[in-house]
Write a protein that binds this ligand. Structure first.
Ligand SMILES: Nc1nc2c(ncn2[C@@H]2O[C@H](COP(=O)(O)OP(=O)(O)OP(=O)(O)O)[C@@H](O)[C@H]2O)c(=O)[nH]1
Ligand SMILES: [Mg+2]
Ligand SMILES: [Zn+2]
Length: 309
């Protein structure tokens, strides 16, 4: 149904889905299918309009303007090419929180990928909520390990929810964290992002698919980024699974700042701001790792990202 385009207030809305040739815009209770105006098509940069953007369209249902973004989450373009040609890929804009999702098993949790999401969220000034799901698949020592790691992230200050769509564990707690907010689910293929969406909003019935038995890898069941409104208030952005997440526009010198547990130690290294917190003598960050004040795993993530930045 087309909105009344004569009233200036009505031709504004939010991009809720993007396909190859068109954009689905929600405005109040209406959905409008729009295309890009010639001016926006010619705009430099690869992501003039992304899911979450607030836009204005004209009588021909052409998007003519993108309102300034409050925030956006980007990664380095996954296309393999010389890094000098790397491009920014904006995944989503104007969200209230990002929700990295990891499976306790099948596929195994990718903690470094989680740290990439967290650093990127910190750099974009977007709060993060960590969801560990498929908890029904682990028991005993494996379960204790997952719970211990969850505690480490809580100690840093992140909210962590442990869920299972098979048993219903943690879903009520998750709902409280999602209520009234626009939250973006992020994670590898097959971790259970769409399953969480379906569990929270049973009417949706979005397609999910078993991970490949042979490889344990996901099958990329979700292929488009889309916003789904939640009956409890707020909305979820479901995204296609991501295997890689290269940081975009994060200066190596700022990287430690985006590990919140490192902040209290910054500025006190012997070599001051030029310290890479690697092998330098008198490094307060490495000292904090040795003293058990910073998780060695998080520090390894830091070093890995530092080498890339
Ligand atoms: N045992 C168990 N299986 C789950 C759980 N959540 C999801 N699954 C299964 O995991 C598989 C993948 O789930 P999806 O929800 O499609 O995963 P996804 O993250 O959306 O994957 P992509 O769309 O490819 O990114 C499906 O077979 C689900 O039934 C869970 O809590 N426990
Ligand atoms: Mg999915
Ligand atoms: Zn240092």
């Amino acid at each position: 149904m087309y909105a009344n385009t004569h009233s200036p207030a009505s031709n504004r809305g939010r991009i809720i889905r993007r396909t190859r040739s068109s954009y689905l815009i929600r405005s109040g209770n209406d959905c409008i299918e729009g295309t890009l105006s010639t001016r926006l098509k010619n705009e430099s940069g690869s992501n003039p309009v992304v899911v979450g953007d607030m836009v204005v369209w004209n009588e021909a249902a052409q998007i003519t303007e993108v309102l300034p973004r409050h925030n956006w989450l980007s990664r380095r373009s996954a296309v393999p090419m010389p890094s000098s040609y790397a491009q920014e890929q904006v995944l989503v804009a104007n969200v209230d929180q990002v929700v990295p999702v990891l499976a306790a098993a099948n596929p195994r949790p990718a903690w470094n990928l989680l740290d990439r999401f967290l650093v990127s969220a910190e750099a974009s000034d977007i709060p993060a909520l960590i969801v560990l799901t498929k908890l029904d698949l682990v028991a005993g020592r494996h379960l204790q390990e997952i719970e211990a790691i969850a505690e480490e992230y809580r100690a840093i200050g992140y909210a962590v929810v442990l869920t299972s769509t098979a048993t219903g564990r943690g879903l009520d707690e998750l709902k409280v964290c999602l209520q009234g907010r626009l939250s973006a689910l992020l994670g590898k293929s097959g971790v259970g992002k769409t399953s969480l969406l379906n569990a929270i909003e049973p009417g949706l019935g979005q397609r999910v698919q078993a991970t490949s038995k042979a490889t344990g890898k996901g099958r990329h069941t979700t292929t488009t980024t889309e916003i789904f409104a939640l009956a409890l208030g707020g909305a979820l952005v479901d995204t296609p699974g991501m295997r890689e997440f290269g940081l975009w526009d994060v200066d190596g010198r700022d990287l430690a700042w985006f590990f919140p547990e490192m902040r209290p130690f910054l500025g006190r290294c012997k070599f001051g701001a030029s310290c890479r917190h690697d092998e330098e003598p008198g490094c307060t960050i490495r000292k904090a790792v040795v003293e058990g004040l910073i998780s060695p795993y998080r520090y390894q993530s830091y070093l890995k990202l530092r080498a890339e930045a």
